[in-house]
Design a protein around this ligand. Structure first.
Ligand SMILES: NC(=O)C1=CN([C@@H]2O[C@H](COP(=O)(O)OP(=O)(O)OC[C@H]3O[C@@H](n4cnc5c(N)ncnc54)[C@H](O)[C@@H]3O)[C@@H](O)[C@H]2O)C=CC1
Ligand SMILES: O=C(O)C(=O)COP(=O)(O)O
Length: 599
């Protein structure tokens, strides 16, 4: 099997080095033998993850107005093209020249956008919370990371919700318009009080809980419905979590704060309006699509809904003659929930940092279509991330040409509780290691599972809990490929799988087992594995052939069953040995088989 992997994984056009398109450059270090011999030559350079040098800066397209502070941050790192109000066709044309795209809620980032990018687009940044305008499935299939700015506009949206509740209760918008029209209608605009009224917060997430907190300050009785919210978080601010029907059936005010998903689409409809208390008031600062707008018009006309205050609409902007918007019991704002000076500056900085971080190869903590890994967890996992990819690379290069990889088993052994380890990151890197050396597909944390599935590779994972101190997140990772032949027979385990195993020692990934042979090899550079009859002088013979061929040996290790029996020698090399060099090693009489593996 042709092993086409190199130590870098950047594709030429992708100036980005996202996520685990991160590449590792290691200072050289040398380790000789373990089972038989053991010494090591250290150099003092620190181990670092670095971004590969790029010929050109990445290009970021900002397709909607973004706060200045964010644009400034982006410009420090990339070429920034601020082009607003692009048509879908213009966006598709521009995107092929961009590594990242930043949008708010008005731009549809459709499948066509990802297809038109021809693989260059590596990050979509949503400068806000809702990602219903981004085709996440298409992003994932194209290995494009989607990040959002989930926190900076929470207060703004909650304040807007409260503003709409109070404005609606006191007819502020209608009264203002009438005064401006020269009228003075004091009895027409008598409102309702909020104190003592029941507010149902539908969706008790960031915005919903801030709305609840503020509404309690206004003397409202607040209940909430959210199937996924923890009851203790609600209780902590004096809010009871109730069922959907109880929430809508008892509320005087209903405020919507859930995302638009298949499950929440038109969640307020003819049937659910019919269950509401007559005279209920509806506020929507979430997404227009969670309300069936025709049903809302009917519910207002039927007197079920007394008033509605809407910031968001199914279609934005809504049609000029929209019956809903024109209804005198409806007040409307043009999707202003996040539009405060403070929120926009905050969102701009939050998204700029996320996009730049992702382009630099850092794992995004606000990733929407990839595991979010908190910074401190990532720091601890980093060497295991590298180990995972390298084990995947080694394992697949041991497969004999013609046998397709379909069944992979990964075993993680750890003294920590199983819940302490999120293996998605490690699985993604093993997948990357398994697929990239044998294809032109670019695999990252985003598209790893999708790519494996598409190629019919089934990866099963097993956790083994070890006794002992849980100082390290993992003691070892083992990768086995079943139902294949190996081009290096010694890599087959007794049960017939290709097996490689490794661990992290002093922060450095090591290979510790090949088939049934124990080795101890720091995983850097590339490796020659050779099975031989254990006898004196082998290391010298192999070393001198490589020396004559000008190949620098960084380590050697010999794993053997017993003295003078079969042994597997692992030789780390800095340069790729020529075919002639490998042939000369293979011709040493004690050598039974050998393979050269790129890491
Ligand atoms: N109008 C505007 O300008 C803004 C609108 N938003 C929108 O507000 C909504 C909430 O935003 P955040 O609070 O930041 O998000 P969040 O993710 O913190 O909260 C959403 C909550 O909805 C819950 N949820 C999901 N499905 C549900 C269901 N079927 N029924 C009830 N609850 C359900 C989730 O469990 C979660 O707790 C989003 O749709 C977002 O797009 C957010 C900011 C500004
Ligand atoms: O953050 C959200 O979900 C919002 O709806 C805000 O949208 P915007 O960025 O103001 O277009």
């Amino acid at each position: 099997m042709a092993a086409s992997a190199s130590s870098t994984s950047l594709k030429p056009s992708a100036a980005s080095t996202n996520g685990l398109w991160l590449s590792q450059r290691r200072p050289l270090s040398t380790t000789f033998g373990v089972t038989a011999l053991s010494f090591r030559r250290h150099r003092d350079q620190p181990r670092r993850f670095v971004v590969l040098s790029m010929d050109a800066k990445p290009t970021i397209l900002v397709a909607e107005k973004l706060g200045e502070a964010g644009v400034k941050l982006l410009k420090e790192f990339a070429n920034v093209d601020c082009s607003y109000n692009l048509s879908p066709e213009e966006l598709c044309t521009k995107i092929s020249l961009c590594d990242a795209l930043i949008v708010r809620s008005a731009t549809k980032v459709s499948r066509e956008v990802f297809e038109s990018s021809a693989g260059r687009l590596k990050v979509v940044g949503r400068a806000g919370v809702g990602i219903d305008n981004v085709d996440l499935a298409a992003a994932t299939e194209h290995g494009c990371l989607v990040v959002n700015a989930p926190t900076a506009n929470t207060v703004a949206a909650a304040e807007h919700g409260i503003a709409l509740i109070t404005a609606m209760a006191r007819n502020i918008a209608q009264a203002d318009a009438s005064v401006k029209a020269g009228k003075w209608l004091r009895s027409k605009y008598v409102g309702v009080s909020l104190v003592g009224k029941t507010l149902a917060v539908m969706g008790f997430g960031k915005v919903g809980s801030e709305v609840a907190r503020r509404a309690k300050g206004l003397g409202m009785n607040v209940i909430a419905h959210d199937p996924y919210a923890p009851a203790d978080r609600a209780r902590a601010i004096g809010v009871e979590l109730v069922s959907f029907d109880e929430a809508i059936g008892t509320a005087d005010f209903i405020s919507l704060h859930m995302p638009l998903t298949a499950a929440t689409s038109k969640i307020l409809n003819d049937e659910t309006f019919a269950k509401m208390k007559k005279g209920v008031r509806i506020v929507n600062v979430a997404r227009g699509g969670v309300i069936d707008e025709d049903a809302l018009v009917k519910a207002i006309d039927a007197g079920i809904v007394a008033q509605a205050a809407l910031d968001v609409f199914t279609e934005e902007p809504p049609a000029k003659d929209s019956k809903l918007v024109q209804n005198e019991n409806v007040i409307a704002t043009p999707h202003l929930g996040a539009s405060t000076m403070e929120a926009q500056e905050g969102v701009a900085i939050e998204i700029a940092e996320a996009v730049v971080g992702a382009l630099k190869g850092e794992l995004a903590s606000t990733a929407v279509n990839a595991p979010m890994v908190p910074a401190q967890v990532l720091t601890e996992l980093k060497p295991y991330v590298a180990l995972s990819e390298k084990l995947g690379r080694l394992a697949v290069q041991l497969v004999a040409g013609g046998s397709g990889v379909k069944t992979v088993k990964v075993t993680y052994a750890s003294a920590r509780a199983p819940d302490d380890l999120d293996t998605r990151l490690l699985r993604a890197m093993i997948t990357k290691g398994l697929i990239e050396p044998i294809s032109s597909v670019f695999v990252n944390l985003v598209n790893a599972d999708f790519t494996a599935k598409q190629r019919g590779i089934r990866i099963t994972e097993e956790r083994v809990t070890l006794d002992g101190s849980p100082e390290n997140p993992l003691e070892l990772i083992q990768v086995q490929i079943a139902n294949v032949e190996s081009k290096f027979h010694s890599a087959m385990s007794d049960s017939g799988e290709i097996k490689v195993e490794g661990h992290v020692k002093d922060g450095v990934p090591h290979l510790t087992k090949v088939g049934s042979f124990e080795v101890d090899v720091s995983l850097e550079g590339s490796i020659i594995l050779c099975r031989q009859v254990d006898q004196p002088g082998m290391i010298g013979k192999v070393g001198s052939i490589l020396g004559e061929e000008n190949v620098n040996v960084s380590f050697m290790t010999v794993g053997r069953i017993a003295p003078r029996k079969q042994a597997v020698m692992a030789i780390g090399v800095d340069e790729e040995p020529s075919k002639a060099a490998l042939r000369r090693i293979g011709e040493i009489s004690a050598v039974e088989e050998l393979v050269y593996l790129k890491l």
